[in-house]
Design a protein around this ligand. Sequence first.
Ligand code: FAD
Length: 429
Amino acid sequence: MKERFDAIVVGGGPAGCAAAYTLAKGGLAVLLVERGRFAGVKNMTGGVLYGPVLHDLIPEFWKEAPVERHVSRHVITFLSEKTSVSIDFNSAGLDQPLYDGFTVLRARFDRWFADKVEQAGGVVITGVRVDDLLWDGQRVVGIVAGGDRIPAEVVIAADGVNSVMAGKAGLGVKLSPENVNQGVKEVIKMRREVIEERFNVAGDGGAAMHFLGFCTRGVHGGGFLYTNKESLSLGVVVQLQALIENNLKSVELLEGFKAHPAVRELIKGGTTVEYSAHLVPAGGLRMVPRLYTDGLLVTGDAAALVLATGRALEGLNFALASGMAAAETVKLAKAKGDFSKETLSQYEKLLAESFVLRDLKKFEQSADFLENQRLYSLYPGLACSLAEKIFRVDGKPKKTVWQLAREEMKGKVSLWQLLRDGLAARRTI
Ligand SMILES: Cc1cc2nc3c(=O)[nH]c(=O)nc-3n(C[C@H](O)[C@H](O)[C@H](O)COP(=O)(O)OP(=O)(O)OC[C@H]3O[C@@H](n4cnc5c(N)ncnc54)[C@H](O)[C@@H]3O)c2cc1C
């Protein structure tokens, strides 16, 4: 092993691999340390990798990366106990490069990414947990892992939610039940032809389905169902506080979600081959800690760089982009020969110019908006019961949709309240 690395990256998830790959490509001596037996072995995402961020780093990555399917169909479904109403978006444009997103299975995807780091000249060590940071006064000068003290000019913390590295430097995210969601997920094996027929997708196209309402028994959270090549990823993500307050267990919610008529038929005959649970920061910008100090940068979930607007949960591209920005900052620091926090402050500037901090800023109010219980129980229920009335022909004189809507809303929500919620949504979704 090298005597001294320019940079040590802690964590081989998307943030860590993006940082280490960028540094290795830039000719810097970089060490990536991952505690898992291999990168991705225990990592978990819903998971759709949205947007073109990885394409900026590895052009046309989908031609070599183990992505599952590109998303050619987006579905949003509102659930009541027995009924569902969906918005189904298909577009030929989604079938074209650059595509809009890919379903991924992290055990394959992260492993491929860590291999890319090695191919680019980085050193990757797996199966080793980093226990501590090395200090020279107030400055981080390396890591302590497996009893070894490994020095470096700079450390990049990419060790995910609950980051020990950021915590040790006093930059840790303050996790609380209100700002963290718990996700549970199953991977359900299914034949390729069955998936394509059931989900109305062809070739390498796939569906990303999001659910709101009964899947979480009407509490703060949602469900998802994504198609992979020969499996489905299905899960629920629920705010920790909502689980505690309502005495609910994610695993029971998942079972209820699987049994719902709108889901049951889609997963019928499949075999569960994987089960996982993970936390995800969901408090938005107000959760984001200071992102750097002398000799240390914090990226991805470790810095709570996740966008949760209710439209989707986006963390992967935020992790990638922050990892890349951290690496660019380290390249600058290396050129200057100065790894002080003054030089490393460039990291925050880069994030502020990119979608990462701009989106988090723009949707700063989303966390408050998503506290509105009506989003998870009342409105999905109303959508379902209204659809039932609209589509049922019962032999009686018909009413207009407006009359039916007023009848459904009566005693449940006032027009004024609906308007206020609509205005709040306008600013935050
Ligand atoms: C249920 C669920 C569904 C989600 N769905 C989506 C989705 O569809 N799309 C999306 O964009 N985002 C989604 N996310 C969010 C996304 O998964 C995260 O934002 C993203 O994984 C963050 O990447 P990261 O590299 O920062 O952290 P991680 O992916 O958590 O990687 C951290 C890595 O650090 C390693 N590590 C930790 N501590 C140490 C240590 N001490 N020493 C060495 N290694 C260490 C871990 O083993 C891990 O490999 C979802 C999250 C959950 C929980």
